[in-house]
Design a protein around this ligand. Structure first.
Ligand code: SF4
Length: 256
């Protein structure tokens, strides 16, 4: 094994340790969007784009009660749909996307959300992040979801040197076993939202301090760092309960 290979195996070993520590820090890590079907998760992900999970969760109960199938979205009254999702922002574009997704599902997939990444990517407005989320969280297949938090932390952990989501996904997939891909996505995103912030990471209050090669990027003083830590969202418990009926996949800790 050359120097490059040795270094990569060290990174892989540290990636496993970081993943294991994250599993201890966030035993409840899971997707924070509420849904009870693949279609609902797909719709919720569209609503959360350029908005927040919280906003999407606020509008989704009324939306999901009104539109129960792909055909319902395909035949939606645009003004009514826009009014229901207005608070998530970019509501005109999102309404158009939802209607077009409904039509595409009816035209090409018998009204069902397909369970293959390549097919999901053919749907209007569905990018790799959304498709991976649906594959991992609705269909229970291994998938790495590279959002802005995951991309930032993967670089800070030394898992990748890239900014391009496809390359980040490829690099991380080579470091961790497939069964870890979906749970590690949630754990890393949770850590990014709560501790390892974009501008000032809370290094002095970080449970990964001993493992992270970027320790010191933010304040290392514990008291100062603790002020930066954001608490779990209020909706975490509600989200867990809402998703329970459809997907009971608490992330098990990685193998020792
Ligand atoms: S030590 Fe700092 S940079 Fe590393 S994960 Fe923790 S908060 Fe982020």
């Amino acid at each position: 094994m050359g120097a490059q290979g040795t270094r990569r195996s060290e990174v892989a070993e540290r990636a496993r340790l970081i993943d294991r520590e994250l599993a201890v820090l966030y035993p409840d890590a899971r997707i924070e969007l509420n849904f009870s079907s693949a279609l609902e998760l797909l719709v919720a992900a569209i609503l959360a784009a350029r908005s927040t999970d919280r906003r999407a969760n606020e509008v989704s109960p009324a939306l999901f009660a009104r539109y129960r199938s792909a055909a319902d979205y395909a035949a939606a009254d645009r003004d009514e749909l826009e009014a229901l999702i207005r608070s998530t922002g970019f509501f005109r574009a999102k309404a158009g996307t939802l209607i077009n997704i409904g039509k595409a599902l009816c035209d090409r997939f018998g009204g069902q959300v397909p369970g293959a990444l390549e097919e999901l990517l053919t749907l209007p407005g569905v990018g790799r992040k959304t498709a991976s989320m649906v594959i991992g969280d609705a269909f229970g297949q291994p998938a790495i979801t590279v959002d802005t938090h995951f991309a930032r932390l993967a670089r800070r952990f030394g898992w990748t040197a890239y900014s391009d989501p496809d390359k980040i996904e490829r690099d991380v997939a080579a470091l961790l076993p497939a069964p870890e891909w979906t749970p590690v996505s949630h754990r890393v995103i949770w850590h990014g939202r709560r501790v390892c912030h974009a501008r000032t990471p809370a290094c002095g209050a970080c449970g990964l301090a001993a493992l992270c090669p970027s320790f010191g990027l933010g304040p290392v003083d514990a008291q100062e760092a603790r002020k930066l830590v954001k608490p779990a969202t209020d909706s975490s418990a509600a989200t867990a309960a809402a998703n329970q009926a459809f997907t009971v996949r608490a992330c098990p800790p990685p193998p020792m």
